[in-house]
Write a protein that binds this ligand. Structure first.
Ligand code: GLV
Ligand code: MN
Ligand code: MN
Length: 387
């Protein structure tokens, strides 16, 4: 399976992945998902929001046990964030079938659309729409860097943007969701364990800071006459770091848009995206309030995800099926968190990442650890599908 997808959307220069939602690479990956489902005789469905579901058994008879993840990437992302969960889902199903296991409940493999929000800014668009957490009107109006709206992009991909929105029928099919994911930190290295289980997802969000100024000539405008928005932006970046250290949270400006973006012009507008997260929601909110005040920028919230505490009973079952794997919280967002916050019992299995690096071409997982992940996932699915 890795051999079939490793070249899709890969930048030959950096080896990083460019798998924006609904891009040609993403469409190829979705086709690949359909082929893998067909090869196994699974029933493939695409829901109203573009999420893919491959079913072994009929979930309209009885809600199923679902596993899977996403196939889109951040820009210049790694190979494992998302695809490891999808590949492992198919591999775990193969393992169960090879053992002659017959599930008592339908077993589904999901591929959520636009988990990263790399193109339209809002993460987990597919699961947020499915659960009704994201308003379909807002989703349709989201635009990418080319100014194309999600509605236009969906129409060009042959989908009906008018169909977006909470999908009761699809939700009824999902009795429980387990997402396997590459770890995006170093906890499992420190614990010397190939596999872990998630306890919680930190509250997190994205805010756009627009710093307005006056575009002007870089050579002829005296310093005293400038209204340069790069200066408050630079001060805000430094202040964010100090405030994060003080508040015990993390804060990142990882994306900027400078207008007009000329080396020889003072910018007229600097837009910068703050990503802020932490174990304590109040501390995250306090940091954003402090930066809003300090920056003098016009601040727009683009997404907010409250803390997710995964279902404790399900988590203990997953830990037991995993042979007592360590339990850890994460600062990364996932579709499993969105489903959990909408009331779907959900759990996550993490596979060790030898450097902890993620959202980078350097993201990695050793094959032996990936196999351990598949073994654990198969045991979890076997347990959940047994009756
Ligand atoms: C998703 O990977 C995130 O940004 O947390
Ligand atoms: Mn990611
Ligand atoms: Mn992911």
């Amino acid at each position: 399976m890795w051999g079939a997808i490793e070249h899709l959307g890969r930048d030959g220069r950096t080896r990083g992945y460019l798998r924006d939602a609904w891009s040609p690479a993403d469409l190829e990956l979705r086709r690949w998902f359909g082929q893998e489902a067909a090869r196994r005789g699974l029933d493939l469905r695409e829901d109203r929001n573009g999420n893919l579901w491959a079913w072994w058994g009929d979930p309209s008879v009885r809600p199923g046990v679902v596993t899977g993840s996403h196939l889109d990437s951040v820009r210049q992302g790694g190979a494992f964030d998302g695809p490891l969960g999808v590949v492992s889902a198919f591999a775990a199903l193969d393992l169960l079938r090879a053992r002659g296991f017959r599930p008592a409940r339908p077993l589904g493999i999901a591929c959520f659309t636009d988990e990263e929000g790399a193109r339209f800014g809002v993460p987990c668009v597919g699961s947020r729409l499915l659960t009704g957490i994201l308003d379909p009107d807002r989703a349709r109006a989201l635009t990418d860097d080319e100014g194309d709206s999600l509605a236009e992009v969906l129409r060009a991909a042959g989908r009906d943007p008018g169909a977006l929105g909470r999908d009761e029928e699809t939700l009824r099919h999902v009795g429980v969701f387990v997402e396997l994911h590459v770890e995006q930190g170093k906890d499992l290295i420190h614990r010397d364990a190939p596999v872990g289980v998630a306890s919680a997802i930190w509250p997190h969000g994205r805010w756009r800071f627009d710093f307005h100024g006056q575009a002007n000539h870089a050579g002829t405008t005296r310093l005293a006459d400038r209204d340069d928005p790069m200066l408050p932006f630079a001060r805000t970046v430094l202040h964010a770091r100090q405030a994060a250290e003080r508040g015990g949270v993390v804060a990142t400006f990882g994306r900027t848009r400078v207008s007009p973006n000329n080396a020889n012009a003072i910018p007229g507008l600097v837009s910068a995206w703050l990503d802020a997260r932490g174990g304590d929601e109040e501390a995250v909110r306090a940091l954003v309030a402090e930066l809003t005040e300090f920056s003098g920028a016009e601040v727009t919230v683009e997404s907010w995800t409250p803390v997710v505490d995964f279902d404790a009973v399900l988590r203990e079952r997953v830990v037991a099926a995993a042979g007592g794997a360590p339990v850890l919280p994460t600062g990364a967002g996932h579709d499993a968190g969105i489903l959990a916050s909408a009331g779907v019992p959900s759990a996550m299995v993490f596979v060790r990442n030898p450097t902890g690096i993620s959202h980078s071409p350097d993201e990695h997982a050793e094959t032996a650890d990936c196999h351990a992940g598949v073994t654990v996932l198969a045991a979890v699915l076997e347990d959940l599908c047994a009756s």
